[in-house]
Ligand binder design. Sequence first.
Ligand SMILES: Nc1ncnc2c1ncn2[C@@H]1O[C@H](COP(=O)(O)OP(=O)(O)OP(=O)(O)O)[C@@H](O)[C@H]1O
Ligand SMILES: O=P(O)(O)OC[C@H]1O[C@H](OP(=O)(O)OP(=O)(O)O)[C@H](O)[C@@H]1O
Ligand SMILES: [Mg+2]
Length: 304
Amino acid sequence: MDLASQLRGCLSLAVPKKGRLHEQCLSLLKGADLVFRRKNRLDIAMVQKLPVVIVFLPAADIAKFVGDGNVDMGMTGEDMIAEAGVDGKVIRIAELGFGKCKLQVQVPQDDGPKTVEELVGGRIVTSFKTLAEKYFAEIDKRVLTEEELKEGKGTKIQYVSGSVEVACALGLADGVVDLVESGETMRAAGLHAISTILSTQAILIGNKHPSNPELVTKISSRILGVVASQKYVLLNYNIERVHLKQATLITPGRRAPTISPLEEGDWVEVQAMVLKDEVARKMDELQTVGAHDILVFNISNCRV
Ligand SMILES: Nc1ncnc2c1ncn2[C@@H]1O[C@H](COP(=O)(O)OP(=O)(O)OP(=O)(O)O)[C@@H](O)[C@H]1O
Ligand SMILES: O=P(O)(O)OC[C@H]1O[C@H](OP(=O)(O)OP(=O)(O)O)[C@H](O)[C@@H]1O
Ligand SMILES: [Mg+2]
């Protein structure tokens, strides 16, 4: 059977073919048991046991493809959705908890402008042309007269596809608009941020009119389960019943904690899901209210 016939009737799910989100998206697919074999050089792979096809695309194209209905579902950055202008055309199914960074206006650290208003009329280089144009259009409107705007004295935005941060050093720009996570790239180029346009993370999106809505629900809940299992741990502890009320205020669980009586005296065992980020603090608090034998378990998968 040729590739086109194989794909007919399949639900399509796009993931970034390279870059910062690639590995973590693949690990989500693995956790959701969406197993596939990708042939060398082919950007399409059939999932085993389900009528689903994985499509490998540049992160920047995924938002547009899902918005236009060429692909049913996709994983990409929220920044890409905003840049593609498809917010209203896609369903935001779930935040994925990785790919967290900010889109910021950056200028030379030593002699650069101190505010974005000082950049008005200057040259900006970016890979986010639409967002940068929208952002500076508003500032231009505030700072310049209508006459000046008509004379073309507004801020000029130039597109480059990567290595944005070198533009100032090369004398091509007075400032850049680029993503910042640790700030290492920005500092290495002698830049610092003077404003944040948006905060972003990876997100699972869907088209509003998918080819197979039941399958979208199934795939979404599998992926949501993996995301939740990465976000939470299971906390287990023993406590005397007299202290139970205080303890369950600390660990209320997602719905409610599971409480089982112990053979010994008036003790109970409590089990509750806790956010990974909060587990150390919760353990400290539990100890102070009299909990013992506090154990933490990783969750390998779940449905919430
Ligand atoms: N430093 C970072 N930290 C966290 N997330 C990031 C970072 N850089 C980019 N991202 C996220 O990943 C998405 C894709 O960016 P990425 O740079 O991986 O793509 P690319 O530029 O197409 O790939 P490459 O940089 O390999 O050419 C961005 O839209 C953003 O959501
Ligand atoms: O704040 P940091 O942790 O340094 O991360 C920010 C950098 O990460 C991305 O670049 P990427 O590695 O994708 O390279 P690119 O600029 O060539 O796309 C982004 O464009 C920044 O340059
Ligand atoms: Mg990049």
